[in-house]
Design a protein around this ligand. Structure first.
Ligand SMILES: NC(=O)c1ccc[n+]([C@@H]2O[C@H](COP(=O)([O-])OP(=O)(O)OC[C@H]3O[C@@H](n4cnc5c(N)ncnc54)[C@H](O)[C@@H]3O)[C@@H](O)[C@H]2O)c1
Length: 254
């Protein structure tokens, strides 16, 4: 499929995981991909692998965010797709009983303030052209509570979801679509390592997944490519769940 032929896409957090898989998928579908990451080595490798452009940026910096779009426009001539995906979930962010203000604020900055900045400046460019698709990475924890809490992470993703909905509504008549992507748990190296060490921890989570496994990053990337493309032309302001049925489940199959 070449649904994104010659579209210019900026992906934050493109050096790893969901962002990296999406960079590959976008490139396969014909997009010109700008890979943004704070990790120079990983981001540059991603860009080389997909024949795109690397921009080193910290998404919590207003100057960096403005610069990454300016570079995309300068090199590729426009901005069609913004996938605002960079995020963190550090171990210091835990139960509300344990989590200090510094950890709380850091997660809010990277996961939520960054999305505010990335949307603010993407929308500015997209309004001029009267079109664009923005996909913001939230999470299934934006719609469900977890007893294994990461309180600032969850609150940040709830913020991403509400902000995406509001922007989707506000700019719908200007041809700009804004959707919140809500992935379930994804099979990342970090997750594999954690669960190999602690199978009980993995089982506690897996029991809630009707499909019976975690997602592959490529499965999340497929959903992002759909939302980015004209196939999703009537989808905006949505909470787009890609969660293997977790949020719909009461009792799961044995
Ligand atoms: N992995 C999951 O199970 C899962 C589930 C639901 C939602 N998510 C969300 O999906 C997104 C991507 O997750 P992932 O698992 O692919 O993560 P990852 O850690 O594999 O990749 C995140 C990338 O973002 C980059 N990054 C971090 N801080 C940055 C900053 N300040 N500026 C620029 N780049 C920065 C990192 O260097 C890294 O390359 C995150 O928003 C995460 O919260 C992940």
């Amino acid at each position: 499929m070449q649904r994104l032929q010659d579209r210019v896409a900026v992906i934050t957090g493109a050096g790893s995981g969901i962002g990296l898989a999406t960079a590959h998928r976008f490139a396969q579908e014909g997009a010109k991909v700008v890979c943004v990451d704070i990790d120079e080595e990983a981001g540059a490798k991603a860009a080389t692998d997909v024949g795109g452009l690397f921009v080193k940026a910290d998404v919590t910096s207003e100057d960096d965010v403005q610069r990454m779009y300016a570079t995309a426009i300068e090199v590729y001539g426009g901005l069609d797709i913004a996938f605002n995906n960079a995020g963190i979930s550090p171990p210091e962010d835990d139960s509300i009983l344990e989590t200090g203000l510094e950890a709380w604020r850091r997660v809010q900055e990277v996961n939520l303030t960054s999305v505010y900045l990335c949307c603010k400046y993407a929308i500015e460019h997209m309004r001029r052209r009267g079109k664009g698709s923005i996909i913001n990475t939230a999470s299934f924890v934006a719609v469900m509570g977890s007893a294994t809490s990461q309180i600032s992470y969850t609150a940040s993703k709830g913020g991403v979801l509400a902000m995406s909905r509001e922007l989707g509504v506000q700019f719908a008549r200007e041809g700009i679509r804004v959707n919140a992507l809500c992935p379930g748990p994804v099979n990342t190296p970090l997750l594999r390592e954690l669960f190999a060490k602690d199978p009980e921890r993995a089982q506690r989570r897996l029991v809630h997944v009707p499909v019976g496994r975690f997602a592959e990053a490529s499965e999340i990337a497929a959903a992002v490519a759909f939302l980015a493309s004209d196939d999703a032309s009537f989808i905006t302001a949505s909470q787009f769940l890609v969660d293997g049925g977790i949020s719909g489940a009461y009792v799961t199959p044995l």
